[in-house]
Design a protein around this ligand. Structure first.
Ligand code: C2E
Ligand code: CA
Ligand code: CA
Length: 747
């Protein structure tokens, strides 16, 4: 089944199917029950019709006989002197032929049977034997022997016409074992013109069987199909219905059966196709509704799925977002805890992305994010999950390996991939990436823990100089707490003026003369002793404490160097500090406040200050130069060493990083690199300084290479201001004492 259908279908379908089923059942039940009711009513009516007709038959038989015996002729021929001939022809055969009566009898005034008709023949009544006893009831009725339930009409005259009517009776009873209408009536004259003999009148009895021809006629007239007598030999069939014919006393006389018309069933037969069509229509409609609901549900579900997808997707990179990453991470942690294979999270942070965004605009930043996402996806297996957590933060969930060495290699490959130049529009951009790695194993608690550890590893990677990967270990947790502590302490130290400055001399190439000093920040911690700048400067940068720190250093150094008018003052400026929009104003203000000569101030900045911030940096540099301040590119050779930067920024000086200097004796290529850098700097009209000179050999090599000035332990470690003052005084006095000598030599 389709999952979407699965999702909401049955809940919507169930009531509809139920309603349709109930409706169909109702319609069918209604049709069938009304059909049944119609059948019941019809059968009852047919039964009543039959009984009424039989009842009417009683009156009819009486009227037919009455016609004949109510006449003066009848009195004469049946009563005064019985005339068998007349009786046979004018009464018996007439009743038989005209009206279809089956038997005719006559009793004389003494109740003796004097006439009997069977078929078309007059037969002696005694041939009927015991059967004549069955006629005693009607005879008694006419003779006036009272009987309960008898319907006897006493002799009377018709109200309107005055015509005499005999005492008469008719009943339904068995005769010769068969049901019959038996009627009896006395003979009466139709006027008083005739002399009546004394005594009671003779009685005419006529028997009409309710059988074959009569029933056929009835069946025809009443539309009661196959009407027939039921008896032991011919019992009622299941398809037939029966009618009990009872006499006046309620005794069963006979049972009849007929095949009912079943009008209800006929209606049903006629209606069924229509009902069928209606039900089919109904089902079809229900089907359509269900289908519609199904589609609507599917659409809604698809919409929801899409919304969910959107909610789970980062629109800029098309990668899963933080929510989805969190969900997958939690699921993976559960799996690992339940015995699944271990996994790892790599937390990636781009270096200098913010600068790209700030200086080149968001559209370039957005495009860069898209390009980074693509590179990440290409660098990883399809099983690995790459997500953008926000800003320039990405994360990878991988099950490829949990071997620390391989993870380190994987992270390093990703950094290499991400550090390759990007071409976006007309810009060629170089960014770096730092990666924190954490392994998920059975001891892993939950997703927030994992992300915290990954952040710690990332933090470490950034502090160790960016563009590198760090794998989390438990010590980092403690380390981070310590860092936080240190950050708080540093904040207090800046506020309370507990920082100090050391000054390292910069000497001329011959090593004879101090030509400048570099101010280096010192933090004497009351518990930890001297905290090295390599430790507290990164903390200051991350927490932006570097801004007040740097301002303090600059102000303090300028105040101090007022006493050393013969040398230049070099001050380090962090990238974060330099990128502050009001940095130039701050320098200007400090120069004004201290009255320090701008041409003696040399600001040392690193390449990281320039990356991704080309226009802003150039602008600030030109303004600083406008103030008369000098600019040095510090640690040259450790960063990107881009010729572009060297060419397009107005540096006055280039400082070769001490890592090259220390490698001069060991690696031949380091020596040639130093040569190249010096000639490059000279070629661009810059002064070149070598840092970290620790021995005479290095000095000799560098001097030969054409370096303008040098700095290093060989010429002097960073020292207190007093020590510098002493050294400068010493140098001045030596110069004093030398000059006359030189003059003397020369002279
Ligand atoms: P840097 O700007 O390259 O400063 C020179 C560093 O090299 C100093 O370390 C100095 O003591 C060391 N050094 C000088 N000569 C030699 C040598 O012959 N051999 C060796 N091995 N090292 C030598 P320090 O004072 O520990 O400072 C480290 C870094 O901290 C500095 O590197 C600089 O980047 C930063 N820093 C120091 N003070 C400040 C400051 O006030 N502001 C900013 N933004 N950064 C500062
Ligand atoms: Ca420096
Ligand atoms: Ca340096």
């Amino acid at each position: 089944m389709h999952p979407l259908w699965n999702y909401a279908g049955p809940t919507a379908a169930a009531p509809i199917i139920l309603i349709v089923a109930v409706a169909v059942v109702c319609v069918v039940t209604a049709v069938y029950s009304s059909a049944h009711r119609a059948d019941v009513v019809a059968i009852d009516q047919e039964r009543q019709l039959f009984l009424r007709t039989i009842n009417e038959r009683r009156g009819q038989v009486l009227r037919e006989a009455e016609n004949i015996v109510t006449s003066n002729e009848a009195v004469r021929r049946m009563w005064t002197a019985f005339d068998p001939e007349w009786m046979q022809h004018r009464v018996g055969l007439r009743l038989r032929t005209f009206f279809g009566h089956d038997y005719v009898f006559v009793l004389d005034p003494k109740d003796r049977f004097v006439y009997a008709l069977r078929g078309l023949d007059s037969v002696p009544p005694r041939e009927f034997g015991k059967d004549l006893d069955a006629l005693q009831t009607v005879v008694n009725d006419v003779r006036g022997h009272h009987r309960a339930g008898a319907s006897v009409e006493i002799q009377s005259a018709d109200e309107k016409t005055g015509v005499a009517r005999p005492t008469r009776t008719a009943r339904v009873q068995k005769f010769m074992g068969r049901p019959a209408v038996v009627a009896a009536l006395g003979v009466v004259p139709n006027d008083d013109k005739i002399q009546l003999p004394p005594g009671p009148s003779p009685i005419l009895i006529t028997v009409s069987l309710i059988n074959g021809p009569f029933l056929d006629d009835l069946s025809e007239r009443l539309k009661l199909p196959v009407l027939r007598l039921v008896d032991a030999a011919h019992p009622a069939l299941p398809a037939e219905r029966t009618i009990d014919l009872r006499d006046d006393e309620g005794k069963e006389v006979a049972k009849f059966a007929w095949t009912p018309n079943w009008p209800g069933s006929q209606i049903v037969e006629k209606v069924v196709p229509f009902v069928g069509v209606a039900v089919a229509g109904f089902l079809l409609l229900a089907g359509f509704v269900l289908r519609y609901i199904r589609r609507a549900t599917a659409t809604i579900a698809a919409g929801e799925a899409r919304l969910r997808q959107l909610a789970m997707q980062d629109p800029l990179s098309g990668l899963p977002n933080r929510s989805l990453f969190g969900e997958r991470l939690e699921a993976l942690i559960r799996e690992v805890r339940q015995g699944g294979a271990s996994a790892a999270v790599l937390s990636i942070d781009l270096d200098h992305f913010k600068d790209v965004n700030d200086t080149l605009g968001h559209h370039v930043g957005d495009a860069l994010i898209g390009a980074v996402a693509q590179r990440l996806c290409r660098a990883l297996r399809s099983d690995d999950l790459v997500a953008r957590l926000g800003g320039d933060e990405f994360a990878v969930l991988t099950t490829a390996t949990t071997d620390l060495e391989r993870l380190g290699g994987m992270a390093q490959r990703m950094i290499t991939t991400l550090s390759a130049p990007y071409i976006i529009g007309t810009n060629t951009l170089v960014i770096g990436a730092s990666i924190g790695v954490v392994v998920i194993d059975r001891t892993t608690h939950d997703a927030p823990d994992v992300m915290r550890y990954a952040d710690m590893a990332l933090y470490r990677a950034k502090n160790e100089g960016r563009n590198r990967a760090c794998i989390y270990d438990a010590a980092m947790n403690a380390d981070l707490t310590q860092r936080k502590q240190l950050e708080n302490d540093l904040r207090q130290a800046i506020k309370n003026g507990h920082l100090a400055l050391a000054y390292q001399p910069l000497v001329s190439a011959d090593g004879q003369r101090v030509v400048g000093v570099e101010a280096l920040c010192r933090w004497p911690h009351k518990e930890r002793g001297q905290v090295p700048p390599a430790q507290f400067i990164p903390i200051a940068e991350r927490s932006e404490l570097i801004v007040p720190l740097g301002e303090w250093v600059l102000r303090q150094a300028c105040l101090q160097a007022l006493q050393w008018p013969q040398v230049i003052l070099a001050v380090n400026v962090s990238a974060i500090q330099f990128r502050r929009p009001n940095f130039v104003e701050t320098v200007e203000r400090i120069l004004a406040d201290t009255g320090f000569d701008p041409s003696r101030l040399e600001l040392e900045i690193t390449e990281s200050t320039l990356i991704g911030n080309v226009d802003g940096a150039e602008n600030a540099m030109r303004r600083l130069k406008g103030l008369g301040v000098k600019l040095a590119l510090d640690d040259f050779g450790t960063g990107y060493s881009s010729l572009l930067y060297l060419r397009s920024f107005p540096f006055d000086k280039l400082k070769i990083d001490r890592s090259f200097v220390s490698s001069i004796e060991k690696a031949a290529d380091a020596a040639s690199i130093v040569h190249a850098i010096v000639s490059l700097g000279r070629g661009l009209g810059m002064k070149v300084t070598a840092e970290g000179v620790e021995n005479a050999d290095q000095q000799l090599f560098l001097r030969a290479a054409g370096v303008h000035s040098m700095q290093g332990f060989y010429f002097g470690r960073p020292a207190t201001a007093d020590e510098i003052t002493q050294r400068l005084e010493q140098q001045a006095s030596q110069a004093q004492s030398h000059r006359p000598r030189l003059l003397a030599v020369n002279g």
